[in-house]
Design a protein around this ligand. Structure first.
Ligand code: THU
Length: 136
């Protein structure tokens, strides 16, 4: 799967976003090492803080299905579905990614045009706290 194919799936996922408060729609397409894709969107809440980001929706769906080996995630986001800028993952999502992915997991940011950023998790979360930090 190419980066642009995965980004196209993230754009489809963003159509499912539930964003009555921010109107900022985010879509994520999470690719497993076996080639399966899990989609996620952001899901907001009237109480604001329970809002779930698109990246975490995708990860939690995949983990529930038993997936543990991940290759890459494509992310798009923008006001009212206009992906004119890159939408990088928030700090909480980076930490959730760290739980299940190693340094070389790829984070692909997409936007309206065919430009993208494809960088490893270690570039987004250097010195991250990982499950291995809890080992004796
Ligand atoms: N959002 C995501 O879905 N992913 C991120 O990593 C950053 C923020 C969502 C949460 C909220 O619904 C909207 O974008 C505005 O913050």
């Amino acid at each position: 799967m190419t980066q642009l194919e995965l980004i196209a799936l993230a754009k489809e996922a963003a159509k499912h976003a539930y964003t009555p408060y921010s109107h900022f729609t985010v879509g994520a397409a999470l690719l497993t090492k076996e080639g399966k894709v899990y989609l996620g969107c952001n899901i907001e809440n009237a109480s604001y803080s329970p809002t779930n980001c698109a990246e975490r929706t995708a990860f939690f769906k995949a983990v529930f299905e038993g997936e543990r080996n991940f290759e890459a995630i494509a992310i798009v986001g923008g006001l009212n579905g206009d992906f004119k800028n890159y939408s990088p993952p928030c700090g909480v999502c980076r930490q959730v990614i760290r739980e299940f992915c190693d340094d070389d997991f790829r984070i692909i940011l997409g936007k309206n045009d065919d430009e993208f950023i494809d960088e490893p998790l270690k570039a987004f979360l250097p010195y991250g706290f990982a499950p291995s930090n809890l080992e004796k």
